[in-house]
Design a protein around this ligand. Structure first.
Ligand code: DSN
Length: 427
C-alpha cells in the first residue's frame, strides 16, 4: 500500500467505525459522545499548543486566552463537584490516579483497594499505576450479595494494614461504596481516602449517586468522558482548603505526570462543565432511571440480571450472567450481540478467574443511549433485541437490520446548549 492509500484506508476505517456506532446500540459503560459545542472546542487550534504550569504561571508565551479557558473551567468544576480544589489538566482517569498515588504515597508504601476481579480498575493494581509507583496493594474482601466491599472486613484490613491510601471505586460499579463507614477506619490509622469516581463522576456531579467528598474522601479522581459527558481526560478534586495539600495535588499533575496536557480537551471539558451546570441533574437522573429500567426489562425477558434484591443497580451499569463460572458465556454473548448491532463488553462475574476467555457476564451501560434521547420505554425495546439475539437465537443479521431502523430515531445529542448530530461528519 502506498503512503496515500494508507492514509485513505485509515480515514475509511474512521468513517466505518462512526457508522457502526451510529447504526448500533452502543452500551459500553465507560463510553459516551460529546456535544457539538464540546466538539468545537476539541477540534480547534488549541490542539498541539503548550501551556505547562497553571493559569498565570506558564513556561510558554501565548497562553493568555487559554488561561481564561482553564480558569473558567476550574471554577466551574469547583461548583459542579461542590469542592474547594479542582485540577482539570489530567489527560485521563488513569493519569489522575497515577498523580494522586504520587501525591499521597511514596514507593514501598502500601495501599488498600478493590481487586480487579471484583471490578477494581487496572490502575488500582500492581499491573497498573499502583505498580508504576512501586506501591504494594492489599485488596478488600468483597460482599458478592451487595456487590460492594464488605464493610466490617474492609475496616479490619485497613486497621491491620495501616495503608497510606485507602482507595475506593471500581469499573464495575453498580452501587455506591459504603464510604462513610469505612473512611473513619482509614482516617483512624492516618490513611488518606482516595475515591476513583471515573465511571460515576457525572452521577455524583448530578447529585444522584453518592457524594464522596462529603463522605470522607480526601481526594476524588475520575474521567471526564464517561457519565460525565465531556471530552476525553481526567479530573482531580478535593475539598481540602489546605494550600500546601492543594499545591501537592497540582504538582502531582504537572510536573508529576503530565508535561504538556491536551489543551483542546481541557477546553472541551470546560464547555462540558458549563453544559453540566445547565443539564447535568436531569442527565444523571435519566441515566439511572434507564439503567434500572433496563435491568427490569432484561429480567422480564428471561435474563439473569445480577443484584435483583437491590433493584439491579443504582448507577449507569447493569451486569448479566450468561453461563457458569469461567464458562466464557459472556464472551460468546458479546460476540453474538455485536453481530446483531449491539456493542457491549464481556465481564468477569464473582468467581470467574480468566479475564480473556472465562467471563460469564456482560457489563451494560446506558449513558450514550440516554444522551441520544432514549428513555425507560426504549429500554424495553433494547431488552427485546437482546432476547431476539440471545434467547430466541434469531439470525443476528435480521436483528441488526431492525436495530439500525430503531437507532435511526436516536441520532441527536441531548442535554447540551446546541443539540446536533450525535455521530457527525459521516458519509
Ligand atoms: N477500562 C475502562 C472501562 O471500560 O471501565 C475504564 O478505564
Amino acid at each position: 500500500m502506498d503512503a496515500r492509500a494508507q492514509a485513505d484506508a485509515i480515514l475509511d476505517a474512521v468513517d466505518k467505525s462512526g457508522r457502526l456506532y451510529r447504526d448500533s446500540i452502543p452500551m459500553i459503560a465507560s463510553e459516551n459522545i460529546i456535544s457539538p459545542l464540546v466538539a468545537k472546542a476539541v477540534n480547534s487550534d488549541l490542539h498541539g499548543r503548550y501551556a505547562e504550569g497553571l493559569p498565570g504561571k506558564r513556561y510558554y508565551q501565548g497562553c493568555d486566552d487559554f488561561d481564561t479557558i482553564e480558569n473558567i473551567g476550574i471554577e466551574s468544576a469547583k461548583r459542579v463537584f461542590n469542592c474547594q480544589f479542582a485540577n482539570i489538566q489530567s489527560i485521563s482517569g488513569t493519569v489522575s490516579n497515577m498523580a494522586a498515588l504520587k501525591a499521597l504515597a511514596k514507593p514501598g508504601d502500601t495501599i488498600t483497594a478493590v481487586s480487579t476481579a471484583d471490578g477494581g480498575h487496572i490502575s488500582h493494581a500492581r499491573m497498573g499505576a499502583v505498580g508504576v509507583r512501586g506501591l504494594n496493594v492489599v485488596t478488600y474482601p468483597w460482599d458478592e450479595e451487595r456487590m460492594e466491599p464488605d464493610i466490617d472486613a474492609a475496616c479490619e484490613i485497613i486497621r491491620q494494614t495501616k495503608p497510606e491510601i485507602a482507595l475506593f471505586g471500581q469499573s464495575v460499579f453498580l452501587f455506591p461504596t459504603p464510604l462513610q463507614e469505612i473512611a473513619d477506619a482509614a482516617h483512624e490509622v492516618g490513611a488518606k481516602v482516595m475515591y476513583d469516581g471515573a465511571h460515576v463522576l457525572g452521577l455524583i456531579a448530578g447529585g444522584q449517586f453518592q457524594d464522596p467528598l462529603r463522605e470522607g474522601a480526601d481526594v476524588m479522581t475520575g474521567s471526564s468522558h464517561k457519565t460525565f459527558p465531556g471530552s476525553q481526560g481526567g479530573f482531580m478534586l478535593s475539598n481540602s482548603d489546605d494550600e500546601k495539600f492543594q499545591r501537592k495535588l497540582n504538582n502531582s499533575i504537572f510536573p508529576g505526570t503530565c508535561s504538556s496536557y491536551h489543551l483542546h480537551h481541557v477546553a472541551g471539558k470546560a464547555v462540558a462543565l458549563a453544559e453540566f451546570e445547565a443539564f447535568g441533574v436531569d442527565y444523571a437522573r435519566d441515566i439511572i432511571a434507564n439503567a434500572k429500567a433496563l435491568g427490569t426489562a432484561l429480567a422480564e425477558e428471561g435474563f439473569d440480571v445480577i443484584a435483583e434484591d437491590r433493584g439491579y443497580t443504582a448507577s449507569h451499569q447493569i451486569l448479566t450472567r450468561h453461563g457458569g463460572i469461567d464458562s466464557g458465556a459472556g464472551l460468546r454473548a458479546a460476540a453474538t450481540l455485536e453481530d446483531a448491532g449491539i456493542i457491549t463488553n464481556m465481564n468477569m462475574l464473582p468467581g470467574d478467574t480468566k479475564a480473556m476467555t472465562g467471563p460469564s457476564g456482560l457489563r451494560l451501560g446506558v449513558p450514550e443511549l440516554t444522551r441520544v434521547g432514549m428513555g425507560t420505554d426504549e429500554m424495553k425495546d433494547v431488552a427485546r433485541f437482546f432476547a431476539r439475539a440471545l434467547i430466541a437465537a434469531e439470525d443476528p443479521a435480521s436483528v441488526k437490520k431492525d436495530v439500525a431502523d430503531f437507532k435511526s430515531n436516536y441520532q441527536t445529542v441531548k442535554y447540551c446548549f446546541e443539540e446536533g448530530p450525535a455521530y457527525p461528519n459521516l458519509d
